[in-house]
Design a protein around this ligand. Structure first.
Ligand SMILES: [Zn+2]
Ligand SMILES: [Zn+2]
Length: 385
């Protein structure tokens, strides 16, 4: 079938992307879903730092690639052999498919599935190969999803079914920002009831970590160098906020510290702000060349632990319904992560807003046919958060 999608043509175009336009929106050919795969009509797709990391070259991926991995949509067709999801179901995309048969999948979410990771690096689906073509040439998938498009064919393992009362904007956020940030708290840090949780870096993932910690009754300290992000965190209920400089001046520490900025300086700040005996969880994705300086003596003499967490050490089938239930109970207002609603045609501008730190989550709304909304329905204000 013909679909509309936003394709990254080449890596490393200079910012501002509104001028260099590394992504082009146009028609592509999408294959039928194969065995174990499904066709999803995308309703909402969030613009995440992991998309920007491919655009700016800090995560090496093949091009051309149809970007987008944080999304929700409706199942439109099932591949040969059937599935346990049905046509009409709403599904959340998750960005690391699990084969379900290896040691990593058998343990829990701490170890990424090697087969899923290999497929993601190759820009392929879990069962191999691409389902996207343009002018007869293959187009790579992003993280098994490729959701900046009217439709996507994905492996069944790349989706989690959600109840229809969870609206597409909320559902999309559960698949990346909430799964990653929340998982850093509940799966990796595992704070005891009442323990203080500090979050360094208050972008989409960091704020999601803070919201999940608040939902579970923890006192939360938010740290960011941008005043607007600290203000927004306070408006979301974060009890204490600080810039990294203030934090080092005051010597404030916490037993559980989440680093969600993906920057080596933020990682150093997070380690220094971890109390003796405490845990530092790093969930941000820095460039492969980034190096941090920490004292090994801090680890031994103060009995600290540093934990790396990918995708929030999540088991999506287990974790997404838990977050959906917290949202349903009014305890996890994930809507606070949304800073703008945009159209597919504004995806290059959205990358600039994310790179500048102006945006939290910008949600692309797709209508399933043309992938663009009428002009009068556009809400393209970029809130300064
Ligand atoms: Zn993401
Ligand atoms: Zn596996």
């Amino acid at each position: 079938m013909q679909i509309l999608g936003a394709v990254l043509e080449s890596v490393g175009e200079p910012a501002p992307f509104a001028a260099s336009r590394p992504l082009t929106v146009g028609p592509l050919e999408l294959d039928e879903p194969g065995p174990g795969e499904i066709l999803v009509r995308i309703e909402t797709a969030g613009v995440c730092h992991s998309d920007l990391s491919v655009v700016d070259g800090s995560r090496a991926r093949p091009t051309p690639m149809l970007l987008g991995h944080e999304a929700a949509g409706i199942v439109e067709a099932i591949g040969p052999g059937g599935s346990d999801v049905a046509v009409g179901d709403r599904v959340v995309m998750t960005f690391l498919p699990r084969c379900g048969r290896c040691d990593a999948c058998a343990s829990d979410g701490r170890l990424p599935c090697p087969a899923g990771s290999a497929a993601n690096s190759a820009g392929a689906l879990l069962r191999g190969g691409v389902r996207l073509h343009r002018d007869g040439q293959p187009v790579a998938h992003h993280l098994g999803v490729s959701a900046f498009a009217s439709h996507a064919v994905v492996d069944r393992a790349s989706v989690v079914r959600v109840d229809p009362d969870v609206p597409p904007d909320v559902a999309a956020l559960l698949g990346c920002a909430v799964l990653t940030g929340g998982g850093a708290v509940v799966n990796a840090a595992r704070p005891a009831p009442g323990q203080t949780v500090m979050v360094v870096g208050l972008g989409g993932v960091g704020l999601a970590a803070a919201l999940v910690a608040l939902a579970l009754g923890h006192h939360v300290i938010g740290v960011d160098s941008l005043d607007a992000k600290l203000e927004h965190a306070r408006a979301c209920g974060v009890q204490e906020t600080s810039t990294p400089e203030q934090l080092l001046d005051t010597g404030r520490t916490a037993p559980m510290v989440i680093e969600a900025a993906g920057h080596p300086r933020a990682f150093e700040t997070a380690v220094l702000a971890t109390a003796p005996g405490g845990r530092t969880v790093t969930v941000g994705l820095p460039s492969p060349d980034a190096r941090a300086a920490i004292s090994p003596l801090l680890l031994t003499a103060e009995a600290r632990t540093i934990i790396g967490s990918y995708l929030g050490s999540a088991v999506p089938e287990r974790d997404v319904p838990r977050y959906a239930q917290l949202w349903r109970e009014g305890r996890l207002p994930v809507e606070r992560l949304i800073s703008a609603r945009i159209t597919l045609g504004e995806v290059n501008e959205a990358m600039d807003a994310l790179a500048d730190g102006r945006a939290l989550r910008q949600l692309i709304h797709l209508d399933g046919d043309a992938g663009e909304q009428p002009e009068h329905e556009r809400k393209d204000q970029h809130a300064h958060v």
